[in-house]
Design a protein around this ligand. Sequence first.
Ligand code: XMP
Length: 509
Amino acid sequence: MIVIIDFGSQYNQLIARRVRECRVYCQILPPDVSIAHIRSLKPSGLILSGGPSSIYEENSPKADPEIFNLGIPVLGICYGMQFMADALGGTVKRAGKREYGFAELNISKAEGIFKGIDPKTISWMSHGDSIEAMPKGFEMTASTENTEIAAACHPEKKLYGLQFHPEVEHTPKGKDMLKNFLFDVCGCKKTWTMKSFAKEATAQIRETVGDKKIILGLSGGVDSSVTALLIHRAVGKNLTCIFVDNGLLRKNEAEKLKKTLTQNLDINIRFVDASEDFLKALAGVTDPEKKRKIIGKIFMDVFEAEAGKIKDAEFLGQGTLYPDIIESVSAFGGPTAVIKSHHNVGGLPKNMKLKLVEPLKYLFKDEVRALGKEIALPEELIWRQPFPGPGLAIRVLGEITKERLDILREVDAVLLEEIRNNGYYKKLWQSFAVLLPIKSVGVMGDQRTYENITAIRAVTSKDAMTADWARLPHKLLAHISNRIINEVRGVNRVVYDISSKPPSTIEWE
Ligand code: XMP
């Protein structure tokens, strides 16, 4: 495996993705990780990530310099290279000419991580500091017009530094450089496959849980479904899943999930219909954050009450993914404003004394889908678009009533049917309808109408951090609009949302 030390770069997850795409397992650790811990992981190499700090700033992140004495190769990227230079006796200075964006790289030594790479190639730079002198024993291996030391290496100690970012797409040969580092320099083997992961994870769950009981909250989304199936494979009927119907689901969603999950997978599932509790508590509430808090609290109450009926449960399974834990431990992420509080939803119930089992916590979303495929989760569960925990409550803008939820469910069902039938479901990150809290005038037959407006939202995205509105064909939009107004009573106007994120968000509330 490879250890990546996180100096706070916005690209550090990308480094991890690239390494795993090469079928090498890796973990991202904070700079203050102990040498003993790194040793215990027996990594074949270290990668030091970039970061926003200057090495000579007082509080800039530093790792223990002992990492250079572990006897394994180290690759420093951008700030990581500067840290390496500084720690081993070189000098780093604020650059006379800062360098952001594309730069032509002139490679003087096509060895080590530059093996097989053309002497002139494109690199992606993003730095305000530069290395003035590398420590003793290092040789310079590449430069750009503005940066004399754009790459350097210490061949005997196998220490490599790159001032540019090999992990981003803008460095076209970056992946080859990383491959050279992993396979030629570190001697890694391509052993990270979903098959091996599934086998190891199952064995580990079996060892942890043994013949004790484990509970899991199932939402029907891909993360909790994969977690359920994996745990089920390991401990069979000792797993009990709890599915809470909050009355805020899409049309026929609860029934469809019930069918897929119980018939195909033979997993113990308890279905709890708590829709009345949720709707009662939400009556009259219009503030989106209040809605989220109420839903989060009632979910916990219902879940705890149901879980309490399962005697001797000792463990709680959760479908936490790697990006969630990286975000929560990243030491230099800085305080980010709470835009929407959804990332707090779904934590461990405070009163429950259960031990957590999180088999997906080192996986990225696309790896979870690959794992789902590996363990034969039905396709329809693997490829479900994300659906927010608070469900339609944040899509019925303003006050929530059963009647308004039902209107939205009908609209949404028509939309999804068209999106699926026209081959867009998998191509879109999300597609859904929103019911607006205002009415507009229309004319149907010879009658004046004064009815609801619904908005259609369809976005493309890689990770929900940014999103763009989907350029659906006008013909399809026209057809969807026609069908909604004709088929759903109470709606006389359809609008299409053409805002991207940022500055908008994906959901309207
Ligand atoms: P926004 O609206 O913040 O959404 O651009 C980003 C992604 O998160 C989903 N989302 C939520 N998921 N609870 C959730 O579990 C929530 O409260 C929540 N709010 C938004 C949204 O559907 C999108 O995929």
